[in-house]
Design a binder for this molecule. Structure first.
Ligand code: GCU
Length: 680
């Protein structure tokens, strides 16, 4: 049955007969070089794909060259075995790049997939299989590709008891209790899915870390996963709790300058590498939301991170240090906290430290302007952290395709370090010049049969992997690939599903957080509207962010307010500090404006808010009716799964609109625009 377990790797029977003949021929004679574990993995994948797409096993041979049609190997292997020196251009594609295309050899033509390293062949094979699944394979054209970002990483927020922080798809897929003895076959399918996208790193544990993961018992468990993932090109990282020296090391302090603490981490690291020789390194959340860190000892982030970096350096490991920091002492604007703490430390971090920065300065809101750290530091490695799990975007009940949101951030102009710089150019090193590059995504994966709870959550996992590989890809093309690989070639399914996906994010922004509103969701669970949340820590309330009063609404972050805007490049702060020039999507993020402020449409701000909320509901309804019109064209299981969830989404869109508008009306004291459905 179609329950979504196979993800985008279902490899359906090939429908087009021309393509089928072509592919059959190639599968009937595969000249396969090499015996490395990654090459074994490639062989297995071709077996799965061949059986599913053609109904038969591929034929591998090294004996009869004349019987072969498809060649798979590294550049070196091809050169040695066949004396071929042709495909030299692949040399520049780095360890993970690949080339595929036809090769003429002794008067005959073959199709070849070549990598500099075995993992490059693996990526090339997955790309080739994708071209077959999406019916775009052309044996005559050649293609080469290589990732633009070095570390393409999933961050699991998985606890050792298998609960998942902000996880909405069941429990953690890491069965710590049965490890190291029992290997769940799901680990392999997980690795295949990631490798098919080029994801090459995974942090297994929650950033709100438990020190026990660094005990010998857990290292043995993590080692099993690392061994399984290695052939798929995936490195394992773990989260390190800064106070671990006290919790599992028997020390009285975790001061990063204390010799015993330094020795503890050196020993731990050494032990880690004895189990996992290619261990990636530590991911650290320190001095944020109550997590321990160097500040307890009067040390700064650089002193904390560098101590760990020095322990890892001899083994080639790295420290990923998060910039999502805000302390107990609330700054006048939480927005500013990361820049306040990290800008003064620019240039002080070791080369094997990378600062992982969320896309925006608050917390994965449906829309945020890009984080002002991008562009603000010049001598510090910066990596991107996106959230794939939909903490603030309807969790696993709503269909929200996130790639357009990430694309928006990646293409935001930073004007620094160069006047033409954008976020993507900092992340991939092309503008920033950094060599260590990283894009991380907080995973939405769990034990649910379909992995992600909502079937369309798979599209977000997929899109994240594609954008991490190439941050310049466009979200429409990614959607198109995913739809074809998930639902097949039906053009009506393709066009309607694509439309649904592409409008889903803006719909969510409209019915949740239009015009720059943010952080007005329910307290702690973060589900549903609650703009009325007050009390307790100011920056965990809603009022702190929307600041509605009888005069108007919005957070003044210009020079007359918190001046968070001053943390951006001059080109931005100048334009955005004018409410008539700032893009309206960010209006209330940076400005507190009167209810009668005139929008570009000519409507007042109050009317505009109402119209946006209402538009969000309308789009949600359209998404539902579009989907329902596909009944009969999609298998009943997946059709009904999505249809039922879309019905909930429509209700929730109405809930958001009604709750927010009725609440804000108590301040605005104005009637709703007549053209909208009146909230009640
Ligand atoms: C959000 C989320 C927390 C998480 C934190 C983080 O605030 O709600 O659960 O721990 O982000 O990124 O560290």
């Amino acid at each position: 049955s179609k329950d979504g377990y196979e993800l985008w790797l279902d490899y359906p029977r090939i429908e087009s007969s021309a393509l089928k003949t072509e592919v059959e021929t190639l599968f009937s004679g595969i000249y396969f070089f090499g015996q490395e574990p990654t090459q074994e993995v490639i062989r297995k994948e071709l077996q799965i794909a061949g059986n599913k797409m053609l109904g038969k096993d591929p034929v591998f041979t090294q004996e009869r060259l004349d019987r072969t049609r498809l060649w798979l190997g590294t550049r070196e292997e091809l050169a040695q075995v066949l004396g071929l020196e042709t495909q030299m251009k692949i040399r520049n594609l780095g360890p993970e790049g690949y080339w595929r295309g036809s090769i003429d050899f002794q008067g005959k033509s073959y199709y070849a997939i070549i990598g500099n390293q075995p993992v490059g062949i693996l990526y090339g094979v997955f790309d080739w299989l994708k071209s077959i699944q999406t019916e775009t394979f052309d044996p005559k054209s050649e293609k080469s590709d290589a990732p633009k970002v070095k570390l393409r990483m999933l961050n699991h927020w998985d606890n050792l008891d298998r609960t998942v922080e902000r996880g909405y798809a069941g429990f953690s897929i890491w069965d710590w209790h049965k490890l190291p003895g029992y290997i769940d076959p799901r680990y392999i399918d997980y690795a295949r899915a990631n490798a098919s996208l080029g994801i090459n790193a995974v942090s297994l544990t929650n950033v709100n870390a438990n020190a026990r993961i660094l005990t010998t018992d857990f290292m043995k468990k993590a080692k099993v996963l690392a061994d399984l993932f290695r052939p798929y090109g995936i490195k394992v990282f773990l989260t390190a709790r800064f106070s671990a020296p006290m919790e599992i090391g028997g020390l009285k302090t975790a001061d990063p300058l204390d010799p015993d603490v330094i020795a503890f981490w050196k020993k731990k690291t050494e032990e880690m590498y004895s189990f996992i020789p290619d261990f990636g390194g530590f991911l650290v959340k320190a001095n944020s939301e109550g997590q321990p860190g160097p500040h307890e000892y009067g040390r700064n982030h650089a002193e904390g991170a560098n101590m760990l970096a020095d322990a890892l350096a001899p083994y080639g490991g790295i420290v990923i240090w998060r910039a999502f920091v805000y302390s107990h002492e609330i700054d006048e604007d939480r927005h500013k906290q990361a820049n306040l703490e990290f800008e003064p430390l620019d240039g002080k971090f070791r080369d094997n430290v990378i600062i992982q920065v969320k896309n925006g300065a608050i917390d994965f809101m449906p829309r945020e302007p890009f984080h002002p750290l991008f562009g603000a530091v010049k001598n510090t490695n910066l990596g991107m952290e996106f959230q794939i799990t939909q903490e603030y975007l309807g969790q696993a009940t709503q269909l929200v395709y996130l790639a357009p949101m990430w694309e928006e951030t990646l293409r935001s102009k930073t004007y620094r370090p160069t006047p033409s710089s954008m976020v993507a150019g900092i992340i991939d090193g092309s503008d920033s010049g950094q060599k260590l590059t990283l894009m991380a995504g907080v995973s939405n994966i769990g034990t649910d049969r379909n992995w992600t709870g909502h079937l369309f959550g798979q599209a977000n996992w997929y899109a994240f992997g594609r954008q991490a590989w190439n941050p310049y890809l466009n979200s429409e093309e990614i959607a198109q690939e995913w739809i074809k690989m998930t639902f097949g070639q039906n053009p009506e399914v393709l066009s309607k599903t694509k439309e649904i996906m592409l409008e889903s994010r803006e719909a969510a922004v409209n019915y949740m957080n239009p015009l720059g509103l943010h952080h007005i969701m329910g307290r702690s669970h973060h589900y549903g509207p609650a703009p009325w949340v007050e009390g307790g820590r100011a920056d965990w309330t809603s009022l702190y962010y929307h600041r509605a009063d009888s005069l108007g609404i919005g957070f003044d972050r210009t020079a007359t307010g918190s001046n968070a805007l001053g943390q951006y490049a001059h080109e931005i702060s100048q334009v955005w500090s004018d409410p008539n020039q700032i893009p309206e999507k960010h209006l209330l993020w940076f400005h507190h404006l009167p209810w009668d402020f005139e929008l570009k449409s000519g409507n007042t701000l109050w009317e505009g808010i109402g119209l946006h909320y209402d538009q969000g509901v309308k789009t949600a309804r359209e998404m539902k009716s579009q989907w329902d019109s596909l009944q009969g064209q999609i298998d009943p299981e997946r059709f009904s799964h999505v249809s039922q969830l879309l019905a909930i989404q429509v209700q929730e869109a109405e809930w958001w609109r009604n709750a927010c508008l009725l609440y804000f009306q108590t301040f605005a004291k104005r009637p709703f625009p007549t053209e909208i459905e009146q909230p009640q």
